[in-house]
Design a protein around this ligand. Structure first.
Ligand SMILES: [Zn+2]
Ligand SMILES: [Zn+2]
Length: 233
């Protein structure tokens, strides 16, 4: 599985994955121009895009992608929020799988302040690899077998969030909202402990908060619990 994190964080999220036969865009929260640059101007090789939720940092380019002939998959709640309709938009239902090229995709529900947000389990029928992608969620209530690649939000650490409140960088209300809607390092560690990591090859940490994270500490902590290569974006 080839993975390219094009952008990550509250200013925009997009990831390109490929199993050599099918290329898929996961989230499109950038201007179309940035997406073209981020895919080395190979956006025409990408036929489909999965969107986790309607927030602009994940969905900004959706309409431009459709104009360029890509098909967009998201929950009905997300499509409604984006006022997206037409034959290139496809509504997903959590836990109902579908096939896109050589990928088998299983959407699953996550916890975030958006309409029907989703995460995605993506399995390649070419390589047998199994990737999970989730961003913007307080936690993941499901467990998975045989994951080989994990792209996960690791937004904040409990101690970093506390520190930001104490030093007045953010107010306590905002801190509460962040904790309720985004993945903490501590809850992500619990996720890894609950899942089968025997086939795991790579972990990508995404959507780190500017104010409430610590790249070095997060990387070390996740490396310790997974025993694999961890990339931070
Ligand atoms: Zn986001
Ligand atoms: Zn969001």
């Amino acid at each position: 599985m080839d993975i390219k994190i094009i952008a990550s964080g509250s200013s925009g999220n997009a990831t390109l994955i490929s199993d050599s036969k099918t290329s898929l865009l996961l989230d499109a929260g950038l201007a179309i121009k940035e997406l073209q640059e981020g895919t080395d101007f190979r956006l025409s090789n990408v036929s489909d895009c999965l969107i986790t939720h309607d927030h602009g940092d994940h969905s900004k380019a959706v309409k431009d992608l459709v104009k360029r002939g890509l098909d967009v998959y998201a929950s009905k709640g997300t499509l409604d929020k984006l006022s997206a309709n037409g034959h290139r938009y496809h509504a997903l239902t959590a836990l109902e799988d579908l096939t896109i090229g050589t990928f088998k995709v299983m959407p699953f529900d996550v916890l975030h302040d958006a309409a029907e947000p989703l995460g995605f389990l993506v399995e390649s029928t070419v390589t047998g690899e199994k990737l999970i992608y989730f961003s913007d969620t307080a936690y993941v209530k499901y467990t998975f077998q045989g994951l080989t690649h994990i792209i996960a939000e690791c937004n904040h650490g409990e101690q970093e969030l506390r520190q930001s409140v104490m030093s007045g960088v953010i107010n306590p209300e905002l801190a509460k909202r962040i904790a309720k809607n985004h993945m903490s390092l501590e809850r992500l560690i619990d996720f890894f402990k609950a899942n089968d990591l025997s086939r795991l090859k790579e972990v990508y940490l995404v959507h780190l908060s500017d104010n409430n994270s610590n790249e070095h500490r997060f990387k070390q902590a996740i490396q310790r619990v997974t025993g694999t290569e961890v990339y931070v974006h």
